[in-house]
Design a protein around this ligand. Structure first.
Ligand SMILES: *Cc1c(COP(=O)(O)O)cnc(C)c1O
Length: 382
């Protein structure tokens, strides 16, 4: 193996000019500024040129100002740190704020990484169940019941998590109601904003969160893995506590998180990210229009109606019926879209799939709609 490595030398990505509707990827597309930054700062530990011991005290490049002043204002928190992603932020908060054996209350639509973070931190999870299809709604009052249920079993509830929005349906649960319940019950609330921080104007204060989490590669036009965690001074004292063995290093961050180009891409994209959050309403309107057109073709939007996010989950019996007799079976949809240079729906899916319209021009979305229309009308149904 080690004497035939040439294939690793030239790694090309997909075709250019393609339309990407993968919800994971739409908000992580780099700005031109970030693309330049990545080349400039591509070398390994590039940000450490002038480091005196901690990432957020580096003045050149201006990481100190970004992490200590700019991000706290953006996230409406006292303190912010850079993490490797949303999951690392969730884990750090759980691990720091809860004792092993305690319980985390989480919405039934929570991302799988919330469950992994809890498991790794030695915590149990009490779900706030999501409702039936097609809406899959989580009732904010359910937090009260879940906290009581867990306490009824003799468990100590150490934290609550609200996924805002969730990564499956793009549903937005009223955060203020959840926050009031958590405050009353004395349970700190983390808001997982992997799909909101960097897209929508969200901050810990307005949402009522004690900790807010973001994902740079998901929603902040950054080259990952990178994320943000913001919190109050009070909780920061625990989450960002220092090591006893190496007293100037923050333990939960393992001393230092981002050491290369990723943080530079987040900074270089940030001015554009701030601007785009102001245009969020247009994105929502575009998503609603797109979902309406898909509905006319027989593909039904699941989740909140009216929908409040660009992440859309569709059910489509019609494509499933076609797949029963189509050449390539259930892979036909992927292949048909690929022929038209449209990517982002997972190979093999027909009956239900997710997509995103985020930052796509209406003309591109019209091309996506015509593609679906052609696919539906050109194939016989079983
Ligand atoms: C994508 C996603 C995550 C994971 O984000 P990472 O930054 O990759 O860890 C967590 N939660 C939700 C809701 C997501 O959509």
């Amino acid at each position: 193996m080690l004497d035939n490595l040439d294939k690793f030398k030239c790694l090309k990505r997909g075709p250019s000019g393609a339309i990407n509707i993968d919800p994971l990827q739409r908000g992580g597309v780099l700005t031109p500024e970030a693309r330049e930054a990545i080349l400039e700062w591509a070398d390994g530990y590039s940000v450490c040129d002038f480091c005196t011991g901690s990432l957020e005290s580096i003045d050149s490049p201006p990481i100190r100002e970004f992490v200590q002043d700019v991000l706290p204002e953006f996230l409406e928190t006292d303190q912010v740190r850079i993490t490797h992603g949303a999951r690392e932020g969730i884990f750090a908060a759980m691990h720091a704020l809860c004792e092993r054996g305690e319980t985390v209350v989480a919405d039934g639509n929570a991302h799988y990484t919330t469950l992994l973070a809890a498991e790794l931190a030695g915590l149990k999870v009490e779900p706030v169940p999501a409702g039936q299809e097609p809406h899959y709604r989580v009732d904010p009052q359910g937090y009260e019941e879940a906290i009581e249920r867990a306490r009824g079993k003799g468990e100590v509830v150490g934290m609550a998590v609200l996924t805002y929005p969730d990564g499956n349906y793009g549903n937005l649960v009223d955060p203020r109601t959840v926050s009031e319940i958590c405050r009353r019950e004395g349970v700190p609330l983390i808001i997982n904003g992997a799909y909101s921080v960097g897209r929508m104007a969200v901050g810990a204060k307005s949402l009522g969160a004690d900790v807010i989490i973001g994902s740079g590669h998901k929603s902040m036009a950054s080259s990952g893995p990178i994320g943000v965690i913001g919190t109050s001074d009070e909780l920061a004292a625990m989450i960002f506590r220092r090591s006893q063995l190496v007293p100037h290093k923050e333990l939960e961050m393992l001393g230092c998180t981002l050491r290369g180009a990723g943080i530079l891409t987040m900074m270089a994209s940030f001015p554009a990210v701030v601007e785009r959050t102001k245009l969020w309403d247009e994105e929502v309107e575009k998503a609603r229009w797109f979902a309406g057109e898909m509905g006319k073709l027989g593909m039904d939007l699941q989740g909140d109606r009216p929908h409040g996010h660009d992440l859309m989950f569709f059910k489509s019996e019609i494509l499933y019926e076609i797949s029963k007799t189509a050449k390539k079976g259930r892979y036909f949809l992927y292949r048909e879209l690929k022929k038209r240079k449209i990517f982002g729906i997972k190979p093999g899916l027909t009956r239900q799939f997710k997509l995103s319209s985020y930052l796509l021009p209406r003309d591109d979305l019209k091309m996506v709609l015509s593609a679906f229309e052609e696919i539906v009308s050109h194939h016989p149904k079983a």
